[in-house]
Design a protein around this ligand. Structure first.
Ligand code: HEC
Length: 229
């Protein structure tokens, strides 16, 4: 077997497969299997988002009917429902939830993802996603206002004329107000990344903070060049 080249390749092929399995599956399992997973109740106990309270103020009667008062419990209920909708509607076909340390993703969406962000009930099933027809959403919290999301889910092209995202009219009641599903998905989207010490990263109107910092650094360099020449 070892006398032919193909025999060596065959053994090497299986060898590397086994090595990859050990390094990428068995070792992480032994390291992380005892890690505690954050429950939804624990997530909610960390505090309601400002946007959840904003929904309660904006649509008082409807909010009361769907969730009661804005409390930890109702926040958890809305998050659970929003998460189910995200999974059920297949939002993950077009959106990832994972910032990689490449391709300027940090400048486009915010800090690179880290393992503990995914150690919770709302990442079961894990929603990393594999396709990016639309932007990554793991840093979406407070990047847009609730109003923006209402308009966007009703008809994406109203706010982003070139959008290929489908409209989700069934997130709204007959009067055009977000219904229980609509408020839940907005609560979920506005929660994504709200655990970061600083957010949002972009107010939707201009370049990201990182791009501004880069520009300022470039301006400084330019000024120096001008003054020394
Ligand atoms: C067919 C692909 C597709 C599907 C399915 C889809 N989206 Fe999108 N989404 C997009 C595209 C493309 C954009 C960028 C253009 C825009 O803002 O509409 C986008 C933008 C967004 C944004 C705005 C992000 C930002 O800050 O600019 C949010 C939030 C969003 N989608 C949430 C969702 C949710 C929640 C679902 C499921 C209910 C969903 N999307 C389903 C393609 C999709």
């Amino acid at each position: 077997m070892f006398e032919s080249k193909s025999g060596i390749f065959l053994v090497a092929g299986f060898g590397f497969f086994i090595l990859a399995f050990i390094v990428m599956a068995l070792i992480p399992i032994t390291i992380y299997s005892d890690e505690k997973e954050q429950t939804l109740a624990e997530i909610a106990a960390e505090g309601m988002t400002h946007e959840f309270v904003d929904l309660a103020e904006r649509y008082p009667e409807r909010f009361k009917e769907y969730f009661g008062a804005p409390t930890e419990d109702s926040f958890a209920t809305a998050l659970r429902r929003g998460h189910k909708i995200y999974v059920g509607e297949g939002c993950w076909h077009c959106h990832s939830q994972f910032i990689r340390p490449i391709s300027n993703e940090e400048q486009r969406w915010g800090p690179v993802s880290y393992a503990s962000e995914y150690q919770n009930e709302l990442q079961r099933p894990v929603l990393f996603g594999t396709r990016r027809v639309g932007p990554d959403l793991i840093r979406e919290a407070a990047r847009r206002s609730n109003d923006w999301h209402v308009a966007h889910f009703y008809e994406p092209k109203w706010v982003v004329p070139t959008s290929v995202m489908p409209s989700y009219k069934w997130f709204f009641d007959e009067d055009g107000y977000p219904n229980r599903d609509g408020m839940s998905i907005i609560t979920y989207i506005q929660w994504l990344g709200s655990w970061q010490p600083e957010y949002p990263y972009w107010d939707g109107r201009g370049p990201t903070p990182a791009m501004v910092a880069d520009d300022e650094a470039a301006d400084d360099r330019h000024d120096e060049e001008v003054s020394t020449s």
